[in-house]
Design a protein around this ligand. Structure first.
Ligand code: AMP
Ligand code: ZN
Ligand code: FE
Ligand code: FE
Length: 277
């Protein structure tokens, strides 16, 4: 059997892994394919594809984008996107700039809560990656003030927590529209983390094609619920580890895997989307 992990980050967003480390790790886990799904960035795709071609590992060009509604943040995966499209890169550059501006605001809020960080500390950790909350969390850990990620997100950085700052200009319709325009297959990431199942019909009306049923943060109960929702709505059931290298403590790559046939289905679906543009 051939397997794929369809949710992997690199250091072009908030993983600690370089493309080399991602590809070596995927080979080590005997995967046949991985999807590179960096937050608001396509920069890791080229290097991973190049290395993957040498190592006989298929790399699915993908992205993870964030949309917001007043009471939830929604992560959307886009599979087989036209990652080299100039308009997409321009759009992502804009988002990356608002992510940088957001860090300054988060750091100010944290100062008001007794956590003294400089934006520069966060940018140093992010390196060349799109900067985000995981980098802020890592900088907070370094201060020694708070011990673990759960506490940091629970008290400070989680959605609508006191140091949360939005950078997103996207409604779900715009995020799904962007993925479709790029010829990508839009899939709802880790709905069990979002905990807003009532939004799914609306997302489907905008063109959602799949649900990430299998994910590190989904227990058996969530898996069963999303399998049923996917089946009832005729959506693809995808899955991936959401590996951030050592960014979340433990290397997750390959710990969630789906049969390789799903890669072929996503590819077919993306070809239909591209033909219909
Ligand atoms: P950002 O791209 O800045 O919105 O940050 C997204 C990153 O923060 C992802 O890696 C998420 O896994 C992580 N994250 C968001 N919320 C939480 C949470 N409640 N607990 C742990 N990690 C989280
Ligand atoms: Zn992330
Ligand atoms: Fe996510
Ligand atoms: Fe992710």
């Amino acid at each position: 059997m051939k397997y794929a992990d369809l949710h992997v980050h690199t250091f072009y967003s908030d993983s600690t892994f370089s493309p080399e480390e991602v590809v070596m790790c995927a080979k080590d886990k005997a995967l046949s394919a991985i999807a590179i799904c960096d937050h608001d960035s396509v920069d890791g795709i080229g290097p991973c594809k190049e290395l993957g071609a040498k190592m006989d590992l298929e790399v699915v060009p993908s992205i993870e984008m964030t949309a917001e509604v007043p009471d939830a943040e929604i992560h959307l995966l886009g599979y087989f996107i036209d990652w080299q499209a100039g308009w997409l890169r321009d759009k992502l550059r804009e988002i990356q700039i608002s992510r940088i501006e957001r860090i300054h605001k988060i750091v100010e809020k944290l100062k008001g809560m007794g956590i003294n960080l400089e934006a520069e500390d966060v940018f140093k950790i992010a390196g060349k990656g799109t900067v985000g909350r995981l980098h802020v969390a890592q900088a907070i850990i370094k201060t020694g003030k708070v011990k673990n990620f759960r506490e940091i997100f629970g008290k400070y950085l989680g959605f609508l927590k006191p140091a949360y700052v939005s950078y997103v200009k996207f409604s779900p319709e715009e995020a799904i529209g962007t993925i479709l325009k790029a010829g990508g297959v839009p899939v709802l990431a880790h709905p069990g983390v979002m905990k807003k199942d009532e939004l799914i019909p609306e997302l489907i009306s905008y063109g959602l094609k799949g649900i990430e049923v299998y994910h590190t943060d989904h227990r058996e109960e969530a898996r069963m619920r999303y399998e049923e929702i996917a089946r009832k709505n005729n959506l693809l059931m995808t899955g991936g580890s959401d590996c951030h290298g050592l960014g979340k403590g433990r290397i997750l790559l390959g710990s969630v895997r789906v049969p390789y046939e799903l890669v072929e289905k996503l590819k077919e679906e993306s070809e239909k989307i591209k033909a219909g543009r």
